[in-house]
Design a binder for this molecule. Structure first.
Ligand code: SF4
Length: 497
């Protein structure tokens, strides 16, 4: 068989669906029977934040740590009863990982564990340190031996070499030296720890499980409220930007070593990353996405017959758009939920069908109609172009595309997997060129002010923006130390968590 005819295994995830990707989810619990099982459930609810690998570390009542990690989905890694039985203890923490490069070795799967003079210590984080390469170089010069290429290990070494005596003081010492966007969960013999970066870019919430009638509750730290819901925990509050949480047998303690700094939560969590049933920073994500669709319709209405979401993430915004415009909402594109991680394509001829593995046009809804397609973002534009081709092939008379985010003109350095800037369609083309390349009759994005209005703000205050919106504005609130250090670019080995 000639090479071009050889069956090829094509990865359908994660890089080829033309989206920004969250890179990790974290979950920690203190203290509950079945702590490992509850952590596996929590990680399962956070699967959308990382599908490459997952790990759980538990701590038993004798002070012994147990760990299991694997590559793949949570349900596969933690389905074995023997594995779950081995994860003994009433305290646990876990992590879902989304790898940003081909480096998916098991040694990079979090939580990372280390034995210190003060005992065992496990740590995992969601986010990205923007000075990790610089810190890594300094730590190596001081004799630290790195076992992985994840920047979580930077935390481990900074804590190891700190001259402070308590674990919490060592953690504060480490956090003072790192720059970046992170939510961190750690476990040691005396406590479950949590920390959020000083600008609160990445999410972290506190929940409470049980404890009614005077019993001891279990406490949960996790990335999103959907992970509280699955284990039956009540949402208590968001961890504040720059706050460190210490949970021990006496309860929950808060430390704020960095003083008051303005909140710059990632605005893209509302648009796409968070699960629609989560409540983020006090705001339900589903309702917010509908409001964004409403604003979008106000800003860029067009005469048409039907509003069609690009599923699944475009659905709530399309509902809002339809409500405001009075145009029918219809499922004109059907998503195949059973596309696996890889797909064997037998011939060159069908290798180009790509997008049809995941989406197909509902001809009965689309044929002869003027269609408004609503999607949450355009990154490279490749998927948008294929979807428009598919909708036209199904007989659409006109295709108008409406996007529930502003144009993504800049890369994210704060823990979201994005292509380099030159690959972002909106960084290289104006909107009319994008419309021509994608093949639509018209294209419009929600404005930045419209997005802020949908979030209950009067608009974006350029002097004091309420959110991180750097991928739309280039206004990077956290220094990009490694990126600006050209010598480090060559050495950029470290990966987001
Ligand atoms: Fe979120 Fe964009 Fe900021 Fe990255 S740059 S944290 S994706 S808003």
């Amino acid at each position: 068989m000639p090479d071009s005819q050889a069956p090829q295994i094509v990865t359908t995830q994660p890089h080829d669906d033309d989206k920004f990707h969250e890179e990790c989810g974290v979950f920690g619990i203190w203290k509950a029977t079945d702590a490992a099982a509850l952590t596996a459930l929590g990680l399962h609810a956070l699967q959308h934040r990382g599908q490459e690998a997952a790990g759980i570390v538990t701590l038993d009542d004798a002070g012994i740590f147990h760990a299991h990690k694997g590559q793949g989905l949570v349900g596969d890694i933690f389905s074995d009863a023997k594995v779950m039985a081995s994860l003994r203890g009433t305290a646990a923490m876990g992590h879902n990982r989304y790898a940003t490069t081909g480096e998916t070795a098991l040694r990079n799967v979090q939580p990372l564990y280390a034995d210190f003079a003060f005992g065992g210590f496990a740590v995992a984080h969601n986010g990205n340190l923007t000075n990790a390469t610089q810190l890594h170089r300094n730590l190596v010069q001081r004799g630290c031996l790195f076992q992985s290429t994840t920047d979580s290990e930077v935390f481990v070494h900074l804590i190891a070499i700190s001259l402070y005596s308590t674990v919490v003081d060592r953690l504060i010492d480490a956090l003072r030296q790192v720059q970046g966007a992170y939510s961190l969960v750690a476990l040691h013999n005396g406590a479950l720890l949590g920390a959020r970066d000083p600008l609160g870019v990445r999410p972290l919430v506190l929940g409470r499980l049980g404890g009614e009638g005077g019993g001891q509750p279990a406490w949960v730290l996790t990335s999103e409220t959907c992970a509280l819901d699955i284990v039956g925990a009540d949402f208590v509050r968001d961890i504040d930007p720059g706050e460190i949480i210490v949970i021990d047998d006496q309860g929950v303690h808060s430390i704020k070593p960095f003083g008051k700094i303005q909140d710059r939560f990632c605005i893209f969590e509302y648009i796409y990353f968070a699960r629609p049933d989560s409540v983020v920073e006090g705001t339900p994500v589903y309702a917010t996405r509908k409001r964004i669709g409403l604003e979008l319709a106000r800003e860029s209405g067009v005469d048409a017959d039907v509003v069609v979401p690009v599923p699944d993430s475009g659905v709530p915004a399309a509902m809002g758009y339809a409500t405001e415009s009075g145009i029918h909402f219809e499922l004109g594109i059907i998503r195949n939920h059973y596309v696996g991680r890889t797909f064997i394509e037998p011939t060159d001829q069908i290798r180009h069908l790509g997008v049809k593995l995941k989406h197909s046009a509902n001809r009965a809804i689309i044929a002869g109609k003027r269609v408004i397609l609503v999607d949450d973002s355009i990154v490279r534009g490749t998927t948008s172009r294929k979807i428009v081709e598919m909708v036209r092939a199904a007989g659409a008379r006109e295709v108008h595309m409406r996007i529930s985010s502003p144009p993504t003109t800049h890369s994210c350095y704060y823990g979201i997997d994005t292509p380099e800037r030159s690959k972002l369609m909106a960084a290289c083309h104006d909107i009319s060129e994008m419309a021509r390349i994608i093949g639509v009759d018209s294209l419009a994005f929600i404005s930045l002010d419209g997005l802020y209005r949908a979030l209950g703000k009067p608009g974006r205050d350029p002097a004091r923006p309420s959110y991180c919106d750097a991928c739309f504005t280039g206004d990077y609130a956290i220094p990009l130390t490694d990126t600006h250090d050209s010598s480090d670019r060559q050495l950029s080995l470290l990966q987001a968590g």
